[in-house]
Design a protein around this ligand. Sequence first.
Ligand SMILES: NC(=O)c1ccc[n+]([C@@H]2O[C@H](COP(=O)([O-])OP(=O)(O)OC[C@H]3O[C@@H](n4cnc5c(N)ncnc54)[C@H](OP(=O)(O)O)[C@@H]3O)[C@@H](O)[C@H]2O)c1
Length: 246
Amino acid sequence: MTDPKKIAVVTGASAGIGAATAEALAREGFQLILGARRIERLEQLAGKLGARFHALDVTDPASVRKFVARIDRLDLLVNNAGAAFGLDSIERAVEERWRAMFELNVMGVLRMTRALLPALRATSNAHVINIGSTAGFETYRGGAGYTASKHAARALTKTLRLELLGEPIRVTDVSPGMADTEFSTVRFSGDRERARGVYKGLTPLTAADVAECIAWAATRPPHVNIDEIVVRPRDQATSTEVHRHG
Ligand SMILES: NC(=O)c1ccc[n+]([C@@H]2O[C@H](COP(=O)([O-])OP(=O)(O)OC[C@H]3O[C@@H](n4cnc5c(N)ncnc54)[C@H](OP(=O)(O)O)[C@@H]3O)[C@@H](O)[C@H]2O)c1
């Protein structure tokens, strides 16, 4: 009897790193269940990959419940949905933006992980991969809301690794630096010109570059746990030290 296909959930699969991860995992033979709010985008990608898809808002407990209710067995959960809102100093911080970042980047990961643990436990070799950020290790001016949320998400990932020790469930943090996705456009409320400025004069990572790291971690043998991958463009040494040419 052949093994059943491995099943992976990818959150935030309608764009950027999540969409590229879905493609990379499909190439590795995973059967995919994609989630995000923009359902028409999911439909397009799912059609191409032969994947299942459902609307998902990780900030809404009812939406998470509905999404996970259809899943009784799961090999891989990629908690990718996330965003930054604004680049405000602490003095000028907009509380609503901070709350939104914490709801999405921290509580969203908590909700999805907790809700899917029974399904992950129903397989003999499961894996949770959380997409952190170099913002989970570093700080920069104007970034406190986002960096605080990604520091918190990293603490969650490291704690999960401890709490699942002894069970056949791996836990991995993949933390990218600058990747050219919709991330900066979302951060600057749709201001594409400002978003383009973030990557001006340097060669950022692509979503596919990050997806390759995720797929690599997911396809190691079951006894190998990749704890952390930090991946940045060659032109970026830290969140603030960036080389721009020309
Ligand atoms: N790009 C970078 O430079 C960078 C660097 C470090 C870390 N990251 C992290 O990488 C992850 C992916 O970001 P990205 O760069 O690919 O950005 P992106 O292109 O803006 O994609 C973000 C994805 O998250 C989804 N999403 C947003 N809010 C959601 C919600 N409430 N519920 C479910 N899905 C939601 C979006 O889909 P919908 O809008 O359709 O819901 C979209 O598919 C994030 O966790 C981000 O923090 C990005």
